[in-house]
Design a protein around this ligand. Structure first.
Ligand code: UD1
Length: 312
């Protein structure tokens, strides 16, 4: 049994990770300021975790929670490209300064490994597809910059202090509990909730941009592998499915599943939007023995059932 801390554990990905870590017999503390996470995400296992409501920017609170932990899963962040375009300072403050606080605390506490939620956005637009980790980074938005800086801090902390870190680049993660109600919600919760409510969603650009939509069970599997793997020190690795689906295809699939013949509205492309994003997952296979555990189609079905169940 290991003692683990999950920052952002009341969020969508963090809460799924918490469940899996508990199931494996680990002792889990969740650190979350509830700015975008929700206590309702913890309902099913609230009595089996320690919950600390605190902010990553509070260095002493971070140190207190990191003390005595073997592993830290750093999921807390201000997500969303458009949010970072609107308020780059806030995204930087949480995603960069917060990550630095966490790494300093982990170094000082002698934590065995920090596993960091990095982002596919770090690649930006590349001429090569699928995207592999040796490609140069080319972040297009403030959000992408902040996630890349966190990753680079993770690598530097391994190089200069010997703190074991691993950055997992997530690719458009989706699944139950992903918030549909924020102005900065991701595309799947927005489309699902709009179609269920009979309201046309807006597609930004021509809708032919593509994403490697990754069901949350896959990133949980990647994180569990990252905890157990050897020789991951300071590395960056993609965790995704290796698929490519356009936003138009996604919208049609959601409409078909819910039996809707609705048409989407179209507007200008979003500033900072990446055109195509598809992962090469061979490094994850080699380094972590990672294999996707659920396809896009299976994940989408389970997720759309979950959104429908919210209305019942
Ligand atoms: C980016 C990252 C992703 C990260 C996320 C965090 C890339 C390739 N991906 O996701 O790994 O987890 O930030 O916030 O950088 N869209 C619409 N209509 C809507 C909403 C979105 O058409 O109402 C479009 C967007 O313009 C985009 C796509 O759907 O092309 C996906 O958008 P979104 O779900 O917000 O994620 P990304 O910004 O791609």
């Amino acid at each position: 049994m290991a003692k683990v801390l999950i920052t952002g554990g009341a969020g969508f990905i963090g809460s799924h990770l918490a469940e899996a870590l508990l199931e494996d017999g680990n002792s889990v503390e969740i650190f979350d300021n509830l700015s975008t996470g929700h206590l309702s995400n913890l309902e099913a296992f609230r009595d089996r975790i320690t919950f600390t409501e605190a902010d990553l920017r509070d260095a002493s609170a971070v140190s207190a929670s990191v003390a005595g932990k073997d592993y830290v899963f750093h999921e807390a962040a201000l997500a969303s490209v458009p949010r970072s375009v609107k308020d780059p300072l806030a995204s930087n403050d949480v995603n960069v300064n917060g990550t630095l606080n966490l790494l300093i605390a982990a170094r000082d506490a002698g934590v065995r490994r920090v596993i960091y939620a990095a982002s596919s956005s770090a690649y930006g637009n590349t001429e090569v597809s699928p995207k592999h980790e040796a490609l140069p980074s080319n972040p297009l938005s403030p959000y992408a910059v902040t996630k890349l800086v966190g990753e680079q801090y993770c690598r530097a902390f391994y190089e200069v202090y010997g703190l074991e870190t691993l950055s997992i680049r997530y690719f458009n993660v989706f699944g139950p509990r992903q918030d549909p109600d924020s102005p900065y919600s991701a595309v799947i919760p927005i489309f699902a909730s709009h179609v269920l409510d009979g309201k046309s969603p807006t597609i930004h650009g021509d809708g032919e941009q593509t994403r490697d939509f990754t069901y949350v069970k896959n990133v949980v599997a990647g994180n569990m592998r990252a905890m157990a793997a050897e020789n991951v020190r300071g590395e960056t690795v993609n965790v995704a499915c290796g698929g490519s689906y356009s936003v138009n295809y996604l919208f049609r699939s959601i409409c078909d599943y819910y039996g809707s013949s609705m048409k989407a509205k179209y507007s200008d492309s979003r500033p900072g939007d990446v055109r195509d994003s598809c992962a090469d997952i061979s490094k994850a296979r080699e380094l972590l023995s990672y294999e996707p555990v659920a396809s896009f189609e299976e994940g989408l079905k389970a997720t759309l059932d979950w959104y429908r169940s919210l209305g019942s």
